[in-house]
Unconditional design. Sequence first.
Length: 176
Amino acid sequence: MRTFKELFRAIDGDGDARHKLRSFNISQRLDGKAKSVKLLAESLGFSVRAMELPRGMAGRLVRDAFSDNGFEIQVNQSYSVQSQRWAVLHEMGHFFRKHVDRSDYLAADMFLDRSSEAFYVDQKEEVEANEFAAVVLYGDGALEAAKSLHGANTTKLAKVFGVSEKSIEYALKKFT
Ligand SMILES: [Zn+2]
């Protein structure tokens, strides 16, 4: 999956959500600076918090009766900024790809950590959440555009997208 068209077929999100996701992707081309995934998530109704989490847990999606969409994204504050940014997009992926039941806001707290092997739940859902993150960042030619501007310099590209060099290396294989 490399395009928003494909992603939109797979996600549950209204027109407003789709517009915001696509706008985020496009906004990355403006000035070569990584855009805030926290602001994106908040604009989509999540609350976002960096906090202490168990070792090996990059992030998790938990029910939050006070956020606009009923969920809070928590990321591990001891992880790198790049990892925290990825975790925010990854957890958003679990939400939009319908891995959580959004209909019952009063359901018991359900900790949906799937961000590490230790708390591993479902490989298919992990792949889907990462796919979501990758398309939002790199899809619709975003990575190709950055590559034509900066070359295949992974250090530079990692900075542009605010991700790890490893993520860029993987994305270059998949998206260009
Ligand atoms: Zn996950």
